[in-house]
Design a protein around this ligand. Structure first.
Ligand SMILES: [Zn+2]
Length: 256
């Protein structure tokens, strides 16, 4: 009896060790059904190198194949992450599988044109928290950190400069997401062509709870230079940790 108990405890310890050491797996989808960003190859390299430096804590599988978005494949992943564009060819069953994956407690996220995709599927815009509505500026801007406590952005100073293409959103509400980064509108020309938001609210990163799962999105990431920026890389690595549930971070919306 005693030997049996020791064996059971030993097996449990082995299992716990295996679980603690299990890599967090990211399925990184870079299919462009619309505009294709030149920075995609660099982005894949950056995420794969990040995984390589993680000593087995993170694995990244990059793919252009959207047929991998299905319940069976997603069972092997902790995070589904998009740098996509246009109308991805997803069946109704795949769409349901994607939403179920997040609701059941996994992570979904994206960069930049991950909001410039799947316009024909309103639930997707709801999931990610906003819909691309043009990019009024492409230049160096000043960005404010709205939640210095959140692990994805806690490494940034309260305000920093970055050269990127700056998105504007529709179907976006601070009542649904927690904004982490936003544009300091004093650093841009608010009379620029295509400025449609009248409230001056240009969120550049946010997170939210979705069912039992988590969502993280940043509008940044157009040029290769942003991907090569260590500050951007740290944001994504810590976002992955948060999306995996490995580090805490409040996702409750805050209405200013
Ligand atoms: Zn872009």
């Amino acid at each position: 009896m005693r030997v049996m108990m020791v064996r059971l405890l030993f097996a449990a310890a082995l299992l716990a060790a295996a679980l603690a050491g299990a890599p967090r797996r990211v399925l990184y989808v870079t299919h462009s059904a619309g505009y294709r960003h030149d920075s995609i190859p660099a982005s894949r390299q950056v995420l794969e190198e990040m995984a390589g430096r993680s000593e087995g804590a993170l694995e990244v599988v990059s793919t252009e194949d959207v047929s991998l978005i299905n319940a069976e494949t997603l069972r092997g992943f902790d995070i589904l992450f998009f740098f996509t564009s246009g109308e991805l060819a997803l069946s109704d069953a795949q769409k349901a599988d994607l939403l179920d994956f997040v609701r059941a407690g996994k992570g979904f996220g994206g960069v930049h044109s991950a909001t410039d995709t799947l316009y024909g599927w309103p639930e997707y815009g709801e999931l990610i928290g906003g819909v691309f509505d043009g990019h009024p500026w492409a230049r160096e801007v000043s960005i404010r950190v709205e939640d210095p406590e959140h692990p994805a952005v806690s490494h940034f100073p309260p305000s920093f400069s970055l050269a990127d293409e700056i998105y504007q959103f529709r179907s976006f509400s601070r009542e649904k997401v927690r904004v982490l980064l936003s544009l300091d509108t004093a650093s841009v020309d608010m009379n620029a062509e295509n400025v449609r938001r009248t409230d001056g609210d240009f969120a550049l990163a946010w997170c939210r709870q979705y069912g039992s799962g988590r969502v993280f999105y940043t509008a940044l990431g157009h040029p290769e230079g942003v991907w090569l920026d260590p500050r951007f890389q740290t944001m994504l690595l810590n976002a992955f940790r948060w999306l995996s549930g490995d580090v805490p971070g409040d996702a409750a919306p805050r209405i200013p």
